[in-house]
Design a protein around this ligand. Sequence first.
Ligand SMILES: NC(=O)c1ccc[n+]([C@@H]2O[C@H](COP(=O)([O-])OP(=O)(O)OC[C@H]3O[C@@H](n4cnc5c(N)ncnc54)[C@H](OP(=O)(O)O)[C@@H]3O)[C@@H](O)[C@H]2O)c1
Length: 215
Amino acid sequence: MSKIGVLGSGEVGEALADGFLKHGHQVMRGSSNAGKLAGWQAKAGPNAHAGTFREAARWAESIVLAVKGSAAEAVLDAAGLENLAGKTVMDPTNPIAEKPPEDGVLRFFTSLDESLMERLQRKVPEAHFVKVFSCVGNAFMVNPSFPGGPPTMFICGNDAGAKAEVKSVLGQFGWDTADMGTAAAARAIEPLCILWCIPGLRGGGWSHAFKLLRA
Ligand SMILES: NC(=O)c1ccc[n+]([C@@H]2O[C@H](COP(=O)([O-])OP(=O)(O)OC[C@H]3O[C@@H](n4cnc5c(N)ncnc54)[C@H](OP(=O)(O)O)[C@@H]3O)[C@@H](O)[C@H]2O)c1
């Protein structure tokens, strides 16, 4: 059983925290206002803990950064950069801008030459960021069931050990993993969120996931 710190009081934090608990891990969720998490903790069982961003990051062996993209750097500061050093940081964040979507196409505050995860990795070089869970809705993050079989989660990051850990988590969570390489590949993976959201934002539903087919 490992200790997973889930930074984030939103629906992604909840889905992934519940997934880690379901698969036998201990979880501490973090928020700027730990009181927000009391209701979740009360129903989540004895392996569920709640605290500040800093308390969750310090306690954890591995971390999930499930916060608003534009707040991600501030949350890392709040967590304490020293509490992230040497740890795997699973990163589902997307750099969604405040401007409204156009024809169902979300806008990002990054460019195709620089992803959010690269910014975060540069900010905390001692942490091992892995992009994961960014290209699917929270309802399908843990053990999704589709008629076409397990979908594909695209991951990337600079540290081979951290990616091996994430691949093992994805196996538990019922995903095929496609490792796209170093942190720079987040420039391609993060925009998959834009593609994933188009059917939903255009009224076509949110019940889908990507699958990579290989010959
Ligand atoms: N929703 C999905 O299905 C989905 C799917 C894939 C990826 N994602 C990505 O996953 C991340 C989390 O999404 P979400 O839907 O769970 O919730 P969210 O509303 O994007 O994020 C909630 C978290 O962000 C923190 N936060 C928000 N604004 C902040 C600010 N100005 N300063 C500091 N912290 C701030 C909140 O802190 P407090 O706890 O202190 O309030 C909270 O913990 C996002 O980057 C999103 O793009 C979402």
